[in-house]
Design a protein around this ligand. Structure first.
Ligand code: SF4
Ligand code: MG
Length: 336
């Protein structure tokens, strides 16, 4: 069966003084219906650009898709007109962002905003849409939804506002929900409640989710699949189980070591990854991680690694897994 979302060799960038700067370079990933893929990586790794490119919103942020394919249930999105995309975005995919306040209009009540979104996608009378908006507020777990529907965004907490944003996104019954750091701006307790809510809604509505996060704890909680991005490229992809049990790419290993412990304290032997994410204007030759990689070999600065199989459900862009070359380079599980 074709994945609900299939991205192949997607490259996108922005015009700069001396030509195009690629913000993402040949990204490939797929999500099956009803599954969650978490896109993880530090800020500036290209996660948000990937999501904007999928939604075809990148054009409005001054960027553009240069190459590659994005298919939603088999339909190619990269060659749709923006007029067609408005329909697709309204009916088949929705996106929620980090900052709920900026997604809501301060001069309308939250009930009006949800009703408006419902009326955009379904032929409903005003009174009917208003009643549905109250039901949506109930669905996203807002107590006393009749009263809340009459309130303005500033009268609600950040967590409540993000629930409203989720309600607006779900009003079109999307096949695909893209959530870009949806809980980052909220405190830990509210964050946990919202992640639970997303999981519950996903089960109830059969939604497919692309969740963008820099937080490996969030990924551990939510992901079926994980794709790790570094400097505009996917460096490792696999099931959440495989990546947490035996991360393969040295960058993933570093990310895993920077996960806080369950008690919320930093791990005692926390080792942050030395160095910085490179500027997209000056990417290192060969493997883009080589200046920071503790396991770099001479080959790494000369040749860019392609995606190599690490296990049945895991691939990494790293020469350590090149079976054809120096097999002695392959580290065993313990030393990784
Ligand atoms: Fe490190 Fe080389 Fe693998 Fe890149 S290809 S992550 S530099 S070992
Ligand atoms: Mg981002």
């Amino acid at each position: 069966m074709e994945p609900l979302l299939q991205i192949k060799e997607l490259t996108a960038g922005f015009a700069a003084d001396h030509g195009i700067v690629k913000a993402i370079d040949r990204i490939s990933l797929a999500i099956s219906k009803g599954q969650t893929l978490c896109l993880v990586g530090e800020s500036g790794s290209g996660k948000s650009v990937t999501s904007l490119a999928i939604m075809r919103l990148l054009e409005f942020a001054g960027g553009r898709i240069l190459e590659g394919s994005v298919r939603l249930s088999g339909d190619e999105l990269t060659n749709q007109s923006q007029r067609q995309m408005i329909r697709i975005r309204g009916n088949r995919m929705a996106m929620i962002f980090q900052e709920p306040m900026s997604a809501l209009n301060p001069v309308f009540t939250v009930g009006e905003q949800i009703a408006e979104s419902i009326r955009l996608h379904q032929r409903k009378r005003k009174s009917e849409a208003k009643q549905m908006a109250v039901e949506m507020l109930r669905l996203v777990g807002i107590p006393d939804p009749e009263t809340r529907a009459e309130q303005y965004p500033h009268e609600l907490s950040g967590g409540m506002c993000q629930r409203v944003v989720i309600a607006i996104a779900l009003a079109c019954k999307p096949e695909l929900l893209i959530a870009d750091e949806p809980t980052t701006a909220l405190d830990v307790t509210v964050q946990a409640q919202l992640l639970d809510l997303l999981q519950q809604l996903q089960r109830e509505l059969g939604m497919t989710m692309l969740l963008i996060t820099h937080d490996m704890g969030v990924a551990a909680r939510m992901a079926d699949q994980i794709a790790v991005m570094y400097a505009g490229a996917v460096v490792e992809i696999g099931t959440a189980e495989a990546l947490f049990d035996h991360p393969a790419h040295p960058y993933t290993v570093g990310l895993m070591q920077s996960v806080p412990s369950m008690e919320g304290e930093r791990l005692s032997e926390l080792r942050t990854i030395r160095g910085h994410v490179p500027s997209l204007h000056a990417l290192p030759a060969g493997c883009r991680f080589h200046p920071r990689c503790p396991l770099a070999m001479p080959r790494c600065s000369a040749e860019a690694p392609s995606m190599l199989a690490v296990g049945p459900q895991q691939q990494a862009a790293c020469w350590l897994y090149d079976e054809d070359a120096h097999s002695s380079n392959r580290p065993d599980q313990e030393s990784r």
